[in-house]
Design a protein around this ligand. Sequence first.
Ligand SMILES: [Zn+2]
Length: 167
Amino acid sequence: MWAPWRMEYILGPKDKSRCIFCAYGGDAPEHFRENLVTFANEHAYVVLNRYPFAAGHVMVVPRAHVSEPWGLASDAHDALFRLVSEVAVRLKAAVNAGGVNVGINVGEAAGAGIAEHLHVHIVPRWPSDTNFMPVIADVRVMPQMLDSTWKHVSAALADLPGEHPTV
Ligand SMILES: [Zn+2]
């Protein structure tokens, strides 16, 4: 089975001195674009994976610095998973995917790249994935591809109540 979250490459070399997911969660909307954040609400935000396993690979991240879903307060927990569903349905339509993988790695042993701050992967899938993946492997680090995906995903989330990019 192909599990897109088995090996995570989210941000490249890690800076252990600060939590990047906490930093992104504190971003003002004018900084969303540079960090590939597409949407934020009171409890969670949505950010593109810089090293996507497929076009449109996003992560839904709680603002709270917790390592496990069951470490979240009840309202934050419910808000996180409600947002996961809201994003999944919009993303699937926006990229015309046949399905989506939704997954969480809890703990380093499970494959989490940044184990200390929970994040939920949403990866669009197409029936032709087996042909699609080698192509994506070549474009995964192209900044212009990420920026155009960011615009597309941000637009797809424009109806959600919360903070949206200002540029
Ligand atoms: Zn954090």
